[in-house]
Design a protein around this ligand. Structure first.
Ligand code: NM2
Ligand code: OGA
Ligand code: ZN
Length: 397
């Protein structure tokens, strides 16, 4: 039996396969049926099983990548024999190729598509939704930067919070230019944009964006005019001697769930109506067409886009304009509900990172003269999930 347990591509993430073993196998029709010791059974389509052959003839043992294309497998692929091996796995022979594959019991159980339902790490179903501070009885997810930088367990805590509640706070990040990029290096990959590798948030003359003024900003996600939107945003406070300018977070997935419960027709309308988003200045003209609430194939929310500054003229059938505006207003009203907000003033050294496909951020107006300077940067969720998977592989639970 090939020992692939040390190879990263053989990783079975999040699946607890304890003492379950294979009791017996049968070959009804074009399937392999596995009867497990806990009474469950797997029904695996022969072609699927052949496609997932783990042997060195089928995949490169170093990268784990498949050599075969599906068209290389005969359409009439069938299981000629299947036997339990000495170490509890399966020895399967496929016809008409006469190809032999060995599978471990752990692999079969972890990847069986009858026993492991669909899973989408972006979906609301994979998240812990929250409605304001009451949903954080143990406090907000806060990690000191010194621990984040030095200790994989502290990094895991922050990044797991970013995945599950959609944000995390770091404290004591040196209030120095460019530190936000150092943090991104430990989370995923930098997403450079027209705003630069990083951007400075402070009031300037002739601002190209209302973020660069002293105005308050309503709850929004950044860059809905980009496709795909940046999945992760960071804001690092370097200076804050101003009054006002408090930072606010709102869980957009929770708000969408409230909309679905209270105004189902408004939810459907926003999930079905593409909006044009646009940002234009002298050097950039970015346009996207996407829905404010995006649902996945099973109707679950997986992205929220909301930014009143960036909605461009709609291209809608006339009869759809009024119901769209009613739905947009209903969602906006939920997003402004005080009870759903988390509010915190950022002081120098504070850094907030959030899932920009889900959690909206806002700031109250900057009311008094002193300086205020944040640095921000973007990253993406696929890099975050990759970093988490590698950390979870290396760090005992
Ligand atoms: N800034 C801060 O998405 C937005 O337009 C919000 C983005 C300018 C990079 C502001
Ligand atoms: C931004 C933003 C909030 C703030 O830069 O995208 O929303 O507190 N800034 O200045
Ligand atoms: Zn913003």
């Amino acid at each position: 039996m090939p020992d692939t347990s040390a190879a990263p591509h053989a990783r079975v993430s999040g699946v607890d396969i304890t003492d379950v073993h294979i009791n017996g196998v049968e070959r009804p029709g074009d399937e392999l049926q596995i009867d497990w010791s806990d009474g469950l059974s797997s029904h695996l389509y022969a072609l699927w099983l052949r496609d997932h052959c783990q042997m060195p003839e089928s995949r490169d043992p170093d990268s784990g990548q498949r050599f075969l294309n599906v068209t290389d497998i005969p359409e009439d692929c069938a299981i000629a024999s299947a036997q339990v091996t000495a170490d509890g796995g399966l020895d399967v022979v496929f016809q008409p190729e006469g190809h032999r594959s060995l599978f471990t019991a752990d692999w079969l159980r972890a990847h069986c598509y009858c026993l492991n339902g669909p899973y989408d790490d972006r979906s609301e179903a994979a998240k812990r939704l929250w409605a304001g501070p009451g949903d954080f009885p143990d406090g907000l997810p806060v990690v000191p930067y010194a621990d984040f930088a030095a200790d994989p367990k502290a990094r895991l805590k922050a990044l797991r919070a970013l995945r599950s509640v959609g944000f995390a706070l770091l404290t004591g990040v040196p209030a120095e230019d460019g530190m936000v990029l150092r943090v991104i290096d430990r989370v995923g990959y930098l997403r450079e944009t027209n705003y630069g590798r990083l951007f400075d948030v402070r009031a300037v003359e002739k601002p190209t964006n209302l973020a660069y003024t002293n105005l308050g900003l309503g709850a929004h996600t950044d860059n809905p005019y980009r496709d795909p939107v940046p999945g992760v945003q960071m804001l690092h406070c370097l200076v804050n001697q101003a009054g006002g300018g408090e930072s606010v977070l709102v869980d957009g997935f929770k708000a969408a769930a409230i909309l679905r419960a209270d105004h189902p027709e408004a939810f459907d309308r926003l999930a079905r109506t593409p909006v044009n988003f646009r940002y234009a200045d002298d050097r950039a003209d970015l346009v996207s067409r996407a829905t404010m609430i995006e649902v996945g194939p099973r109707g679950r929310v997986r992205t929220v886009r909301f930014n009143n500054r960036s909605i461009a003229p709609l291209r809608l059938a006339p009869a759809e304009v009024r119901p769209f505006y009613a739905a947009y207003r209903a969602f906006a009203a939920i997003l402004e509900r005080p009870d759903l907000k988390l509010t915190r003033r950022l002081d120098p050294g504070d850094l907030v990172m959030f899932d920009n496909t889900r959690v909206l951020h806002a700031r109250t107006a900057i009311t008094q003269g002193g300086a205020r300077h944040l640095q921000g940067a973007y990253s993406d969720l696929d890099g975050l999930f990759s970093t988490l998977a590698v950390l979870e592989r290396r760090t005992a639970p």
